[in-house]
Ligand binder design. Sequence first.
Ligand code: SF4
Length: 473
Amino acid sequence: MHENCAVFGIYAPNEDVARITFFGLFALQHRGQESSGIATSDGKKLHIYAKMGLASQVFNEEALGHLTGNMAIGHNRYSTRGSNRECNVQPVVVGRNSNTIAVAHNGNIVNAEHLYEELSEQGYTFQSSTDTEVIANLILASPEKNWVDRIRHAMRRLQGAYSLTILTKNGLYGVRDPFGVRPLCLGSIDNGWILASETCALDHIGANFIREIEPGEIVSITDNGVDSYRDEVGRRAMCIFEYIYFARPDSVINGRLISTARQAMGAGLANEYPVAADIVVGIPDSATSAGIGYSRESGIPIGEGLIKNRYVGRTFIEPDQRIRDLGVKLKFNPMPYMLEDKRLVLVDDSIVRGTTTPSVVKILRRAGTKEVHMRICAPPIRYPCFFGVDMATRRELIAAQKSIPEICEFIGADSLGFLSLEGLIKAVALPKDNFCLACFTGDYPIPIQLEMDKLALETTQSGRQALPDSGRR
Ligand code: SF4
């Protein structure tokens, strides 16, 4: 029961809300490519259309034409094998008549199984295996009278990460968990309001950025305007991988352009791990900015040594064995003209299992690169994630099993440097206690062990947003 992804919401009477939501999802496609869905409200009832595939594959004029109303929410889903089923697409719609809600969720609820059992005993039924349906039913099950209080009631029971957009017949709600693990922002257009996982979606639809939704905040958008509700919250714990990898470089989080933060990570790497080299290459796209930062700080020229095939998206056509054997060559093509006889600094965002990196180093060597000096924008990942990032079990994490010199040898590089935690914090330019850093430190911001015994650290997790070498690149 795990979810992660992109969420969107719009309240805009007299606008084609389904079409605008489609373009919002189109801009947020990088956060999830498995399925896409939109729910609208016309004030009398909710309309929903959601299917497997990219937003551009799921929606056409006919589908958008049926999605009438003044308000909408949208969702792009990321999932891994086993949970990529049609029934798990979002938004999730539950309830009946005026007691109906649609929910789109980015995150992972740690105590979802416990809540699922509790709700099942009360007679609530489930159509999917997502924790999003648990959230939706938990809101419906609340004894409170209005939607804000019902959401608030549910929030007191939920443990984990959730950025939500919620649609009822008469209102749109944006919700962020008390840690603020995943981003969510508020924007405005001429005749209405927008909620989106990242600011890049606002830019694409011509909306103005107003502010980020605060951790623990509920924003309600109805005919009465925009209202905010927030209980006392404890420490913040935003996932620092939003800066390293997940978010688009043109998005702004906590007032910092992601591209600027990544350039600062690259500059930090140049200071922490200088090396004599002829060219710097940032692995596209997530390490492109960091490569620029390393190049600027070190004075070593940046080059385009690897070209990424950007237009493939996700396909339902299974590759045959011959194509599968090509592995990373499907994604990256090295340019011998740029690389031959060169000493290369190769910058990447992270190493998780270490399954992709050796192949990248190999194709660069085959292209004539003389030396490969690997530089990584994050510290070694030694602990699994319980907030919805599909990074691996502890046993699979290469940095939990091998020393840094052993990893360097395993990936076939001439040298290897991981950015220090201090260097990473300096790059994101906010105090350390604003972030979740658990996959580096093992210090989880919520008492995970209360929910899962120690063995869970070794248990396979599925259905989560993936870090690079678990297949998302
Ligand atoms: S454990 Fe790592 S990947 Fe998971 S939320 Fe925390 S920082 Fe992000």
